[in-house]
Design a protein around this ligand. Sequence first.
Ligand SMILES: [Zn+2]
Length: 634
Amino acid sequence: MRRGSASTFATLLAAALVIASAVAGSAQQKPGAAAPDISYMVSMSKPHTHLLEVEIRIHARPTARLESDLVMPVWTPGSYMVREFARHVQDFAATDAGGKALTWTKLNKNTWRIRTLGASDWRATYRVYANELSVRTNELNSDHAFWNNAALLMYPEGFLGAPSTLQVIAPQPWRVATGLPPVPGQKNTFRAENFDVLYDAPVEVSNFKTLSFEVKGVPHRIVIDGEGNYEPERMRSDVKKIVETQVELMGGEIPYRDYTFFLHLRSNAGGGLEHRNSTALGYPSFGFGPERDEGGSAAAPAGPPPRTYRGFLSLVSHEFFHLWNVKRIRPDALGPFDYTKENYTKLLWVAEGITDYFDRLMLRRADLISEQDYRRDTAKAIQDLQKTPGRLIQSAEEASFDAWIKYYRQDENSVNSQISYYDKGAILGLLLDLEIRKRSERSLDDVMRYLYNEFYKKDRNYTPEDFQKVCELMAGASLEPFFSRYVRGREELDYNGAFAAAGLYLDTSGAADNSKRPAEKAYLGADLAQEQDRLIVKRVYAGSPAYEQGLNAGDQIVALNNMRANKDFFDARMAERRPGDLITLTVFRFDSLSSLPIKLGRTEGGSYRIVTVENPTAAQRRIYESWLRAPLSK
Ligand SMILES: [Zn+2]
């Protein structure tokens, strides 16, 4: 069910059907050095030990080099944290082709230097402990194996641009699934044209289930390991709708030969990691039920896993959109990659945040959520952002740049000093989309298509300046105030300035309808959690009564007004309090007991809503319809 989008020159440019494409620009090879033949063999003879066995065979051209280095990546693209994969390596050894041991030494934490003495054929073996299931780590046990090649396979220094093969020795009756193309005639053997491709292809080895479908003749499969309460036919058909909707958005061509959704179902699984023609997804086994309450379907990798079917579709939509936004439309520093250290970019708010924006917009356009669902989720996301004191401390660009040390390493103060480039980025995407639509017939859809055609297809990465320019090109006007205030700056966002374009406004009064304002509620400004029999302060919001009057994260609340308190008791008593009331908290801070009087503040209790303006104009109706693919309702 698609309406034709505003036709653009970007659509006209998107002509040819590209079947397969290469990671561009991976000339990460030492000048003058001929690439050796590199082959990997991964086996798992004792799955219960969690040890994956790796053999690397190098067949080099005749060389005068006496030494060769093997390097283990410290991170894997898409997950912006140094994870030190080398810490799981053990039993390293190297030999020549005849099996004679070669001496080696470790050069640093993740580099092994082998005295090859000019040998043209040599090999190295090692084992990797694999006992952590996440989308970016490795797991081997008696049920299955799943790994990320960046967390398993060392590369020969200087040859990141070289092709290699990967052979998997799978125990019977396990099968092998990966996005890498197979080598014809060789069982479970795959080929990668360079290391960015090799490291971009996770591998599942198990008795997985497969759900298959085709879009425009291109095969897609959902590879499922684990059990859960999903309905296979509904999942197949809804995931297919997401693929079709996004392919249409991006101009109709499919830039891969085949696509694999790896899905791990476990009681505590969550998160997703994008790849060029696959994605790894984790989801709670029994998380496929209907919505339990309004809103609440955001799919942020670092947050608690979403636990409804809508949350699952949002996760699929997010990771699939990445095949364009970040894997092909590449920010400056993200590809070709340096696997030995942080790769800094100010653009994660685009790569992740705008992906988050499109993830839900695509669900709406695919009719997998209603426009009311969309409005409710968006209002909740805005309210969550406005509740975060860190929004005034850290810009979207700063949040992107410092992802390695901040977003991925959060603590109790993060809410006060940081903003999520996912959450703010998604809202910036929404506002930018409406700002462009307000000024021209174009939209953020056109921005993404333009970046795809003019940057990815021309083998260029884009910079923050490029992104702003492309947005301005589509808007037909300068957007400098928007970028300087909201992207590079930390000013409060002008929601209603943007929503007006589509005949909407943000109602922050907390009233359930337009007629009545709710009573203001007493406000403490701290998040509490019940941990066994202890009521613990998890975080305290900067500027709140709790913060200013001395409550600390980590405090154990023993009593409220001298009555023993657990979470239920505390919440019930607080609901009875009025703004301005004085309460007394008895707290253990470390091992000392003390009494803390706090004067409560006030908050507007209810939920934000996105509502339709009185008497929307024809132009507002038109923008709303082309944006959400639904008529503007009351
Ligand atoms: Zn993402």
